[in-house]
Ligand binder design. Structure first.
Ligand code: PMP
Length: 431
């Protein structure tokens, strides 16, 4: 396990020949391994199968307030669903809107409405302004960035630090530029780094001075209960912090059960101040009579209470923790001490973020693809698909089996080593 920086050209070439031989053997196997998207595995989905018959086996199809869930009504969700998710997000039920099957859908529509109609307190719809800009802590979630691209919102990269985004940079930018209307945040077990924002970061978000009066934080708490250890990260409540700072309307919170129950058939949830909730409900009423109450009722009846939800998430963790451990131990055994890559060890969430040497990520992802291992495209974790250092690779360990994952990681680590050797050799040739 030697530091590549200490190897001369002859040693690097020798290593290259040895590793290439291994790589070519894998290539001939015609593998098809996919680590590109954070999808739950079939075993995880099986944990929620009971939800499919909880309604038929559980008597009445009426909600607690007598609503017949088979019929129209209930714009912002069933009372018991609002109550349940208010506990998940630690807000009040009246601060909740239960959406459809996807939080991404809620985020997209929230931006679309802001562009067309403005948000509570806007002087004009955002889309009528000469420019709209969003801050994008990066690496981040590619689909957030795609929404901005779709609506022509200019994205500004902000670096991620060990305890959240670079707040010095954010505070400076939002104080000076009126066109900056929002920021994307995945505050807990962030996608892809697995970082949870510190209390200080949350407080600074709540208190910071913004030039735009209608600035909004898009707080995508997608992984709020997705712990991998018995000592989960704690995230300070942003809505409470915003209220305490006199900026109660600043934050839009989102979450969903996509990685709790069924991906694509879960429940998306929005939470915010009562002002924001009422403002949005008026607009929402033109779009829908209400979301799927049958799905809401079966979720609430299946999970029953927060303690039970936590137990369910422990079962999820029992399935996926060995997969995270496999990825981490392969990274350590194959790349550790070589000074060619670094990675984060998350306490929860769905991803492991790998940083190669600068300028290597694209080549690594392509080389892995050529050997049958599909990863999220290099650059996808940055706005416009452009990772300025070309070094970040997102690993999604949950879907493949353990055996597939071991093999995929061996190939990925081979690719990282081979591309790093190539880089070192060309640097040495230049010198
Ligand atoms: N937010 C984040 C941070 C995610 O990683 C994902 C899924 N990969 C989503 C939102 C999508 O959630 P949903 O299925 O609720 O649309």
């Amino acid at each position: 396990m030697s530091d590549y920086a200490s190897l001369n050209a002859a040693q690097l070439k020798e290593l290259q020949t040895e590793l290439l031989e291994k790589y070519n053997t894998y290539k001939q196997e015609g593998l098809k391994l996919d680590m590109s998207r954070g999808k739950p595995s079939p075993e995880q989905l099986n944990l929620s199968n009971g939800m499919l018959d909880v309604l038929t086996s559980n008597g009445t199809l009426k909600a607690a307030d007598g609503t017949d869930v088979r019929n129209y009504g209930g714009l912002d969700g069933l009372p018991e669903a609002k109550d349940f998710f208010s506990q998940v997000l630690e807000v009040k039920p009246e601060e909740i809107i239960i959406g459809g099957n996807s939080s991404l859908n809620l985020m997209h529509d929230t931006i679309a409405r802001a562009m067309l109609l403005g948000v509570y307190g806007s002087n004009a719809p955002w889309g009528k302004l000469p420019a709209v800009k969003f801050l994008c802590p990066s690496p981040g979630y590619d689909r957030h960035f795609s929404i901005c691209e779709l609506f022509g919102i200019e994205m500004i990269v902000v670096d991620m630090k060990a305890d959240g985004p670079d707040m010095d940079h954010i505070e400076k930018l939002v104080k000076e530029d009126e066109a900056i209307k929002g920021i994307w945040c995945v505050p807990k077990y962030s996608n892809p780094d697995g970082i949870t924002y510190s209390d200080e970061v949350v407080e600074r978000f709540a208190k910071m001075e913004t030039k735009a009066d209608d600035f909004r934080i898009f707080w995508d708490d997608a992984y709020t209960v997705h712990h991998l250890t018995d000592e989960p990260d704690r995230l300070k409540n942003i809505l409470a912090a915003c209220k305490a700072a006199g900026n109660a309307d600043r934050v839009f919170m989102f979450t969903s059960t996509s990685k709790i129950s069924f991906a694509g058939s879960g429940i998306g949830v929005f939470a915010s101040s009562v002002n924001n909730v009422n403002f949005i409900k008026k607009q929402l009423a033109m779009q829908t009579i209400g979301s799927d109450k049958i799905n809401q009722l079966r979720h609430v009846r299946f999970f029953k209470n927060i303690e039970n939800l936590k137990l369910h998430m422990k079962k999820q963790a029992e399935i996926i923790k060995p997969k995270f451990d496999t990825v981490l131990s392969k990274l350590e055994s194959e790349l550790g001490g070589k000074n060619i890559a670094s990675w984060f060890k998350p306490n929860g969430g769905y991803f492991i973020s790998l940083n190669t040497l600068d300028g290597c990520a694209k080549a690594v992802v392509q080389m892995a693809k050529d050997a049958g291992v599909t990863l999220t495209g290099a650059g996808a974790t940055y706005p416009y698909g452009n990772d300025p250092k070309d070094r970040n690779i997102r690993i999604a360990p949950t879907y493949p089996s353990l055996e597939e994952l071991e093999k995929a990681m061996e190939i990925l680590c081979l690719c990282v080593q081979l591309v790093s050797i190539e880089k070192k050799l060309s640097e040495q040739a230049v010198r």
